[in-house]
Design a protein around this ligand. Structure first.
Ligand SMILES: Cc1cc2nc3c(=O)[nH]c(=O)nc-3n(C[C@H](O)[C@H](O)[C@H](O)COP(=O)(O)OP(=O)(O)OC[C@H]3O[C@@H](n4cnc5c(N)ncnc54)[C@H](O)[C@@H]3O)c2cc1C
Length: 447
């Protein structure tokens, strides 16, 4: 009998899996349940949509359910899976339009339900202009509110990469921005040297920074809209608030199934995306990543992993012997005129992992100093003290930090030493680098 595969969640991991399986096994019967109104969209583009760099939210949508009409994929939007019954090999689905509930059987089940923004008790949904950001609808609501002339002061709670990308969005819209963060350790993947470059950029652009402040309350005005954000230090006037203090895997509906999870709810999976329950697989932000340096399962909710795990899972379900090699946390973010990128371990991770490490930090330049437009490029390395094998790298600069990190990511995955990196065969011409690229200068200096 043709296999009957049910996929829960229709964005990066779920649709990558369904599309790949459909191509590899055209006989498979694939059903995708998505509780939202959109599938296959780029949430990563939302800050640029809000900042009006991208005017139309439809540009973020890669595929519509109708695009799958001629295929063996049956996409059901506005359908939420309420429960998984592994012993019956069934899921309980609710049609969110009709409110009708029904059971659907499966041979193989894929959980690709992603993650959801953390909503602490001070987030009261009934207060106007208080938002979190995950879906296209969230983006539309935020943009519509932000474009009103009444919104002058924006308070962003949380200085992770989403909060920081939103700094740029609201800066583009000409808003006055206050950023509040519980600690001074903003942008967690990077260390203090790189963080300081970021803080300089934020201050130079007039962003009000409030670190080591704990939010206690979001105050509603008489008009029902947000009036201010009260912290343990002061009251910040606000016309619009976005809370971006992290995400949790969307796995609550699996309670009672006995599925193995990390403390935060991320589903523990093997390199073949198998959960501990037979015929149930998981991929993307709801699942773990095997960290290749730390040699353990961790949660790194990024689109890069969701897309790769989803596609590989499609291959696996079609019968191929594919395996996910794990990751080391490569990431890049653009904040105003600065790009920050990181890969491998930062100092905290190296310390917590009990590694004997040393660090190096240099201020280099994006291209030859004599060529117009050369900009500072800061390079930080974390390397093994004895072997000098590179363990982690971070870059910050106006130019050149976005793609160089990929070379460092490969260097780390291949266990290159600083010397091997310094003498790697890098290309050079003055508009793009120096005869010694800053990555090689940093390796020489550290060695
Ligand atoms: C503002 C923003 C910017 C980002 N920028 C970047 C970036 O620059 N680079 C990067 O690598 N990553 C970025 N990300 C992260 C990236 O968007 C996610 O890693 C990616 O979307 C994960 O894909 P996923 O398919 O695992 O989960 P999701 O995209 O969360 O999709 C899961 C889907 O499952 C549905 N669902 C959940 N539960 C159920 C249920 N019970 N029944 C039916 N459907 C359900 C949800 O409605 C959702 O549509 C960004 C995220 C945001 C919000």
């Amino acid at each position: 009998m043709n296999q009957n595969v049910v996929v829960i969640g229709g964005v990066a991991a779920g649709m990558s899996c369904a599309a790949k399986l459909s191509r590899e096994d055209p006989e498979a019967r694939i059903t995708v349940y998505e509780k939202g109104s959109h599938i296959s969209y780029g949430a990563c583009g939302l800050p640029y949509y809000i900042g009006d760099v991208i005017e139309d939210h439809n540009r973020l949508v890669v595929k519509e359910p109708a695009d799958f009409k001629e295929s063996n994929i049956d996409v059901r939007i506005r359908h939420q899976v309420m429960k998984v019954l592994p012993e019956k090999k069934k899921v309980v689905v609710k049609n969110l339009e009709t409110k009708e509930e029904f059971e659907k059987d499966y041979h193989k089940l894929v959980i690709a339900t992603g993650a959801e923004p953390v909503k602490p008790p001070f987030v009261d949904e009934s207060v106007g202009n208080v938002f979190t950001l995950r879906t296209i609808e969230d983006g539309q609501r935020i943009k519509e509110a932000a474009l009103s002339d009444k919104v002058e002061r924006v308070v962003l709670i949380g200085a992770g990469y989403i909060g920081l990308e939103l700094v740029e969005s609201f800066h583009n819209l000409g808003k006055k921005i206050s950023l509040i963060n519980r600690s001074a350790n903003i942008m967690k993947p990077v260390d203090q040297e790189i963080r300081e470059v970021l803080i300089d950029e934020l201050e130079n652009k007039g962003i009000e920074l409030n670190f080591n402040e704990e939010v206690e309350e979001i105050v509603q005005g008489e008009d029902g809209m947000v009036k201010s954000v009260v912290t343990d230090k002061k009251e910040h006037p606000a016309d619009l608030v976005v809370v971006a203090i992290g995400v949790v895997p969307a796995t609550k509906f699996l309670e009672g199934t006995g599925m193995e999870m990390l403390k935060n709810g991320a589903i523990v999976i093997s390199d073949r995306m198998e959960t501990n329950i037979e015929d149930i697989y998981a991929a993307g932000d709801c699942a773990t990543i095997y960290h290749r340096i730390l040699k353990k399962n961790v949660h790194i909710p990024l689109a890069t992993y969701a897309n790769r795990q989803g596609r590989l899972l499609g291959e696996i379900l079609s019968g191929k012997n594919s395996r996910f090699p794990g990751g080391i946390g490569a990431s890049v973010v653009k904040i105003l005129d600065l790009t920050i990128s990181a890969t491998g371990l930062n100092e905290k991770q190296a310390k917590d992992g009990g590694l004997d490490y040393e660090t190096g930090f240099i201020k280099g330049y994006s291209n030859a100093g004599y060529y117009p437009g050369s900009k500072p490029l800061y390079v930080k390395y974390i390397y093994h003290k004895e072997s000098k094998v590179l363990l982690g790298a971070q870059l910050a600069g106006e130019k050149g930090a976005q793609h160089r990190i990929d070379a460092l990511s490969i260097a780390i995955q291949k266990d290159l030493t600083l010397r091997e990196l310094a003498y790697s065969d890098f290309a050079y011409t003055p508009p793009y680098s120096g005869a010694w690229d800053p990555l090689q200068v940093a390796a020489n200096v550290a060695e």
